[in-house]
Design a protein around this ligand. Structure first.
Ligand code: ADP
Ligand code: MG
Length: 209
């Protein structure tokens, strides 16, 4: 992946956050405090501003900038989780213009491990990790045999289904966990925004083939 692809990914996610802001707030209203769309949109619009006015020169610098921007502008669990995860991932990305597929997979694994360490959620807890865990596991496995540009788009296509599959789950982490059994029957907002992120990664990688 090149730094230009990575920048494009975040610009795409910024557009998706803006377009889906109300829907993400609506999902969060059902099992949280109705701010997930507002949170992600606020952070991502700031990221897009920075990427346009002062684009960081390397993958590592871009990742670090996105992390710091999300940490400083997004309140709530998602800001801390995305921000700290990306800060950890930025140490895996090289301070160069591009990286190979295995490094991309390793950076995403580090993102996920950092979020797991910080938030203590496991698969099935009805969080953003219910999208990121299966997606990064598939990526790490398949990147050994095929290029990321052909492996990522089909994974991205599955991400929406993984988000929807959080509906029957009982929330064990975050604000939704306070609802107990009343969290059942609603799709997790963080899993939904994570699927939007994978959709953007799929588009960017698919068109860089
Ligand atoms: P807040 O819950 O503080 O209002 P947001 O509404 O922006 O923050 O984000 C909520 C989302 O964050 C949830 O839908 C869930 O996916 C994710 N989340 C919350 N807690 C955790 C956790 N401990 N581990 C992983 N993801 C979490
Ligand atoms: Mg919320």
């Amino acid at each position: 992946m090149t730094n230009a692809d990575f920048r494009q990914l975040w610009l795409c996610f910024g557009q998706a956050a803006a377009q889906n802001k109300e829907e993400l707030n609506r999902l969060d209203a059902a099992i949280g405090d109705a701010d997930h769309g507002t949170n992600m949109d606020r952070g991502m619009q700031k990221v897009a501003e920075q990427l346009t006015s002062c684009p960081p020169p390397t993958l590592q610098a871009t990742c670090k900038m996105v992390a710091m921007t999300l940490l400083s502008t997004v309140g709530g669990a998602s800001g801390a989780l995305w921000g700290s995860g990306l800060l950890a991932a930025s140490k895996v990305f090289p301070d160069m213009d591009s990286c190979d597929d295995k490094t991309l997979a390793a950076a995403l694994q580090t993102f996920v491990s950092s979020i797991q360490q910080r938030g203590k959620a496991v698969a099935g807890d009805k969080t953003m990790l219910d999208v990121f865990l299966p997606a990064t596991a598939e990526l790490s496995q398949e990147v050994d045999h095929a290029p990321a540009a052909s492996v990522i788009p089909p994974i991205a296509a599955e991400a929406k289904q993984w988000a929807e599959a959080t509906a029957p789950l009982l929330a064990k982490r975050g604000r939704a966990a306070y609802l107990g059994a009343r969290s059942i029957g609603h799709i997790d907002p963080g899993a939904t925004s994570s699927a939007l992120w994978w959709d953007c990664l799929g588009r960017v990688m698919g068109s860089s083939k």
